[in-house]
Structure formats: C-alpha cells, structure tokens
Write a protein that binds this ligand. Sequence first.
Ligand code: ADP
Ligand code: MG
Length: 704
Amino acid sequence: MPHTLEEKATELFGADVFSRRVMRQRLPKEIFRGLVRTMDHGEPLDPAVADVVAATMKDWAIERGATHFTHWFQPLTGLTAEKHDSLLAPDGFGGVIFNFSGADLVQGEPDASSFPSGGLRGTFEARGYTAWDPTSPAFLMHGEATVTLCIPTAFVSWTGEALDTKIPLLRSMEAISRQALRILKLFGTDAGVTHVITTVGPEQEYFLVDREMYFQRPDLMMCERTLFGAKPPKGQQLEDHYFGTIPPRALAFMAEVERELWRLGVPVKTRHNEVAPGQFELAPLFEQSHIASDHQMLLMETLKRVATRHGLQALLHEKPFAGVNGSGKHNNWSLATDTGVNLLDPQDETHTNMQFLVMLCAVIRAIDLHADLLRASVASAGNDHRLGANEAPPAIISVFLGDMLRDILEQVEKGLPKRTLRGGTLDLGAKSLPQIPRHSGDRNRTSPFAFTGNKFEFRAVGSTASIAWPNTVLNTIVAESLDWMAGELEKAAGRNPSPAKLQAAVIAVLQGVIKQHKRVIFDGDGYSAEWHAEAGRRGLANLADSVDAFPVMRAKKNLDLFKKYGVLSKSELESRHHILVEKWVKQMVIESEAMITIARTQILPAALEHQALLADTVTSTEAAGEPGAARASHPRQGTARHGRPARRRRPAGDPRQRRSLAAADLSRIAGHEVVGAGRGPPAGDEEAAARPLAMRRPWPARWR
Ligand code: ADP
Ligand code: MG
C-alpha cells in the first residue's frame, strides 16, 4: 500500500533519535526508570544503568548502519565539536567486535587547550572532559555513506570550569526553576510540579545564493558578507519578496532540510520567504531551552550541509549584503511548569490572574535592571551591522506589552485592576467573509523584547549566534527578579497567606515594581529618532555596538549575579568576555585583510584597466578631430593590450572645445560626475591642457 504523505512524515520524525520512546521500548523497565530519574530529577547516574544504556544505544545505532560514535558538544567557538571514534575494536582472534561501554557513553577526554577557553586552559594544562547530558537525546548523523552516533555532552575543564555553552544554560535553567517554584508555592499552584522549565522557539533567518556565484566572491567565502559591491537596481523596494511564492529551487532545498531535521527530531514547522531577495526563514516549534539550543545548532549545520547538494550556499551572517535587510534569530521565550502550564499565558480574565502579573512584572524588572547585560549577550561583529539599522530592533533594550497588558499595569499602579481590555471581533465588510476575533493589542516589530500573547520574543539575537548564551543571560536575570519578588511577597504576606492577604501583598509589590521599572516599557516605534531621544531621557542604556557592549560583562553587578545563582564563576564569566572580544577583533582583522586583498588583486587591476580604456577613449576621441591620427591611438596599439597609456598626440584646434568634449564624454562613460565638466580652463593655460585628463584635479572654482 502506498504511503500517504502524512504516514511518511510521521515515520520520519525522530527516526534518527535514541528518544525516550525508543528507550522505553528497548531498555529493561528498571533501567529505564533509573534513567528517567536522572533525566527528570537530576538524580546521580548509576554506572550499572549507564552500561545497559550504552549497550542498547550501540545495538540501536549499529542496526542503522553506525560505525562510529562521538561526544557532540558546544565549545566556546559558538559552534559544535565532534571527534569520531570507531565502534569497532579487535576481538583478539583476528576479527572485530562492536564495542561501546557505559564509560564510553558517560565520559570523553578531548584536549581542552585547542578550543577557546579565555585563559581557563593552556597547552601545558590541557585536560578537559566531555560528560554525557542524558537530558538531550543521542542521535545519528548521516554523512555521505557514513553514519555516526552523536551523544550530546557537556564540556568541562579538569579544574571543573565550564568550557561550553551548555553547562551555564543548564545551570541557569535550574536557577530560574528554583525561584519560580517559590512563586508557585505562594499561590498554591505548585501541586505536582517538580520543575519550572524555560521554553524557546528560535526563528532562523538565512540567505541562499548560487554556489557558482558564491565562489566568485572571496569576501563571501572568507567573511560570509560582501565587503564591496553595489546595490542592485531592484532590491526589496517593491516589498514583493516577503511571504512571496517560494522559488522551486529554494522549496526543494527547504523540503530536504526539513526531512533531515525531522529525522533528528527537530520539530521544524514554518518556512517562508523573508524581506530581502534570496532571504528565507525557518522556525521550529518551541522546546525546553537546552533541547531547543541543541536543535538550533543542528538546524544551522543542516542548512549549510543540505544547501551544497542543491548548488546553493546558505549564508547565516547577520548582514551578508549592504542595502537589503540582514538576518536575525527571534528567540521566543516563556516559562512553563513541567506539568505543562505556560506561566506567561495571561488567560481570559487577566486582571484577576495575580500569578501571571507577578511573572510578567518579574520579567519587566529583570529587563530594566539588566538591559545592558541582555544587550551584551547578543553583541557580535555581525550583529553590529544589524541592530539599530531600521531592520532590527535598536540597541536600546525596551519591553513591548501591547494595549491590554499596559492597561492592566496602569490600573495596578492605582490599585486593584478591574478590567481586561478585549479585542472584540473584526468585521471585514463582506457578508461572505467570517467575522474574525481581534487581538486586544497590535503587534510591534520594532521592539527588541516584545510580549506576543503568551511568550516574549527577544528579537535582537544574531542569525549566526548560538542561542545558549542569550538564554543563559535571560534565565539568570529573570531568576534574580523572581527571587526578589518571592522574597518581597513572603515578607509581606507570610509563607501560607490567605488569598486576600496575598492579593494585597501582590498589588503592593507590583506597584513598587511598576513605578520603578516602567521606564523600560515602550510600545511606540523603536526605529524612530524620537525614541532614541526619549530613551536617553529615561536613562536607558544605548550600547550602539559590541565595543560599547562587551565591557558590561565584567561589571561587578554581573559577576555577582552569575555567582549568586551558580551560573558562572568569576573566571568562567571573564573567560567568556575574553573569548567574545578576541573573536570580534579576529573577525575585524580577517575582514580588513580580505578587504585589502580584494582591493589589491581584483579592484585595483580592474580600475587600472578601466582607466586605461578611458584614456584610450579620450585619445581616440581627440584624434578623431585630426585626420590620420586614429590609427596611432587605436586601443589595440595603445593601452588596452599593454596597460600603458598610448603616447598622446596633440590635436589641432581650439583646446578649450576639445577638453570640454573629452570631459563630458568621460563623465558619461564612467558614470561619474566630473567636476567642472563642460567648462575648460581659461584659454592660454597650456600647462593644464597638456596634463592627461585622468590626472587633473577638479578644476578650481575660479574657472567655473
Ligand atoms: P511570528 O510570526 O510571531 O514570529 P512564528 O510562527 O514565526 O511567529 O514563530 C513563533 C515561534 O514562537 C515558534 O517557534 C513557536 O514555537 C514559538 N512559541 C510559541 N509558544 C511559545 C512558548 N510558550 N515558549 C516559547 N516559544 C513559543
Ligand atoms: Mg516569524
């Protein structure tokens, strides 16, 4: 029976993942339960469990053609790393056996000094470990005729310092969970909840270019962005690309990307044309932050890998081309209980939903207090071209709430809120069309941190970035605010307050927060000059680029913050600062050197050739006025072949007239304005007239 598309898709999803479902099917019950306790409740892993899991994982992988395994991790390069080991080992009798133990699964030992460590590791003290992260499922990576078992791991130095992006993210998730649980306890909504998780849905923007053309651009190859170039006559002026019909070649590529990602269990959902020509977007459904972060790395790699099979190059750079929009990665973020309740869902009668208002105000407070740190978390050389350029949010971090929430906070400021604004319905004016429900507030695409119904959308993340670090920062700053809120509420209401007492305490605490932090709320046009001025008056940070933003990471308040919540030690934070600055500098140097190389080897020769052609044109034009001179100044005998200007013959006639013709001609040919064209030097200035035209400066004003 032929498969329907639906059946195929359901078979594909997760086909290459050693998922919980596979584990439940294949592992002995007791072992599975033990592993779940580790995965869900952080209980220490029993080595006996690890051995059985490893053996089962190995069989599963071999059945699917795997020959190698690797610990897959995310060092501070911002990329992923893998070192493959064969699953085969000699059996001692001249043959081989497949071999993969619990120890192989749990721990690896890559050289830590060859990855960026920001001074945490040197070549003479290079030991580092990878440690299995059982919360992120193992998967199979298909290469050209190879299958590799990839085991997501954390990467740590021998001294115990986090050398990757995953460990701090996991720590920040624990920090926010602890604090959010305190709030749930106060409201008595914690029944059955063991964890509060953070959820992320990252939307990825990217460009596709034909590979043949890509190879003609050393700047794209070296820097992933053009360093020279001209705007095409038709760019995005007509606004005809966004959501336009997806070109068949791009669609074929997208479909293959999606199939590969589905196999890896990445729930990609949305695909569409973006604003700029050749720009597209791919968005998965949201998942727990650390899984979303792993999947986001796989997504970026898959885009790159699959593109080449279609003769395309996927560009993830924030600004590959000047003059059209750049690419970002919108980081949709929320908080949920492990029982599935979204804590940022305002629900119907929002003004009565005190727990939601506490969560909301904790986020607002966090963003106001740590706007500079959040800004710094998305700083990079690439993002410097994008933020604040009227295509991405400004570098000023503010919060968009929309009419409904803003109205409720205004009510809270005055007392107990009494109403929730409703959107009503929208009548489309044609009887055949349905009346559609209308949101209570508009959308704002200029805000860096916008509330979008039941989540916040952090819109300033760069398209090349790993989302782990911005989310680590976001989780940590919100953890701090929830901690503070819980403390204030516990103080005001006691541990087991009556509903009335709790409500009074909540209103009092929220009033304080709103008064103090409402300056960060802004619902207007974030692209406008007025907002920049207004933000200045409100005292909001405007860290225009990375150079301004990076130092924030070393501020004492931030060292203390990360330390207090056990996310990063002082040395771990400083190492990250060091690495980011170094990477920025290196990227600048690479771009500068690429620019000089291209200027010297491609632009200058072309310019000289062009100049010679112009000089020839001038000479032959001038010669045309003199019978018998054309041959002598013909390009083939002159500059075009030898690259030297042909010897100039002096034509007869009025020098002023000749020069004006030549200058006007030159301006037409070169497409540039020649200053003073059409008006020659005063008659009698023989010296000026004798100089080759290309060498002449713009003529002085007195000649005009
Ligand atoms: P938009 O046009 O608003 O950007 P998209 O569909 O492109 O919408 O992306 C919305 C993203 O937000 C998706 O990745 C979606 O899974 C994610 N998302 C939805 N709900 C949540 C949530 N509770 N937490 C985190 N992300 C969410
Ligand atoms: Mg979108």
